[in-house]
Design a protein around this ligand. Structure first.
Ligand code: NAP
Length: 319
């Protein structure tokens, strides 16, 4: 099979398309023929070597969608021919065939394409975990989706809107903000404009928002604390550096700053998340947006494009 292989950490060009032997699933594992592969920021951190050690060579990627080819002994939830998506794999998702633990595989509803399925695993699960397990979001609350135009942000907007929250969404481009409105944001703001947080305060009648789902905390956290309502919560999903904050701003509001990593979700939470996502996909309230499709051989370009500003949904590789 063809797979992207990384033999050393480095820039996107360390990813090479190679012919390697087909993987063989062990007991309790599922072999999937991939039709689409999701590209996530964490894939770029791992490839660059800033996210822990790896044995070389390795195949990057956590998210894929495709059809079950074979199941190992003891797998009861899936059979060959089933349409599925992964949230994590054992062998790496940037490949024509992928091995995953049964618990990493989830059914793909018939109304969702493989390309959309590749946008689910990390982004939608992260969005759900952030909004409902970490933020404990409630209908009628006001949420600022700080970075609403990429893989996770679009998912947060759709989830929040369909659960009865008022959604304020930020994007760095007109195209991105248009996307956020189309996906359910009630209001959009430009996170590159100097006065956008003043506009947010005006829109909330100077009360501030109950929740902030934060994609770039190292840039925004200090300001986030100024636009939180009493007992507000900031959920830190993404951060790419350090930032100085004024703790007094949390004291004045009984505010919480809650970090999160999807990998910390328990087995029970993971099950709940994917069951909820399945229901939302089936009833049409969740609609993954694929902004760009590239062949698997263009994995390097996908990583470069993902890190550029101007997000518009997910970047997906086609094996
Ligand atoms: P993505 O598709 O590349 O999207 C990045 C988002 O950040 C875009 O909406 C982008 O908006 C926005 N952004 C850029 N500058 C910003 C600013 N100054 N303020 C607010 N937002 C800004 O990435 P993703 O997959 O959605 O992931 C988002 C972040 O979450 C990444 O840092 C990723 O590593 C992290 N993440 C963490 C977890 C976890 O478990 N904690 C899981 C998944 C992802 P424009 O392009 O429109 O400017």
């Amino acid at each position: 099979m063809k797979a992207i292989r990384v033999h050393q950490f480095g820039d996107s060009n360390v990813m090479k398309l190679e012919d390697i032997p087909d993987p063989t699933p062990a007991d309790a594992q599922v072999l999937i023929r991939t039709h689409a592969v999701g590209v996530n920021p964490v894939d770029t951190y791992i490839r660059a070597g800033i996210y822990g050690q790896r044995d070389f060579p390795f195949t990057p990627g956590m998210d894929a969608a495709g059809v079950v080819e074979f199941v190992g002994k003891g797998v009861h939830s899936f059979k060959p021919g089933d349409r599925v998506y992964t949230s994590g794999t054992l062998s790496g998702a940037y490949a024509q065939l992928v091995i995953a633990k049964e618990s990493q595989v989830h059914p793909l509803p018939a109304n969702i394409t493989f390309e959309q399925g590749a946008a689910l695993g990390v982004p939608y699960a992260t969005a759900y975990y952030a909004l409902f397990f970490r933020a404990r979001a409630l209908p009628a609350e006001m949420v600022l989706v700080h970075g609403a135009t990429g893989g996770v942000g679009v998912a947060v907007v759709q989830l929040a809107r369909s659960h009865g929250l008022t959604v304020f969404a930020t994007g760095g481009t007109d195209r991105g903000r248009k996307l956020a409105i189309e996906q359910g944001a009630h209001y959009v703001l430009d996170h590159r404009a100097p006065d956008y947080l003043q506009n947010l305060m005006r829109l909330t009648g100077n009360r501030g928002v109950d929740l902030i789902i934060e994609m770039l905390a190292n840039v925004n956290l200090a300001n986030d604390l100024t636009v939180l309502s009493p007992r507000g919560r900031v959920i830190v999903i993404g951060s790419r550096g350090k930032i100085e904050i004024d703790p007094r701003l949390t004291m004045q509001r009984d505010a919480d700053i809650r970090g999160m990593t999807l990998m910390n979700a328990t087995e029970t939470q993971v099950k709940a998340i994917h069951a909820a996502l399945f229901a939302g996909l089936e009833n049409g309230s969740l609609r993954p947006i694929v902004g760009q499709m590239l062949p698997l051989s263009s994995a390097a370009q996908s990583h470069d494009d993902l890190m550029k500003p101007g997000s518009h949904g997910k970047i997906v590789l086609i094996p």
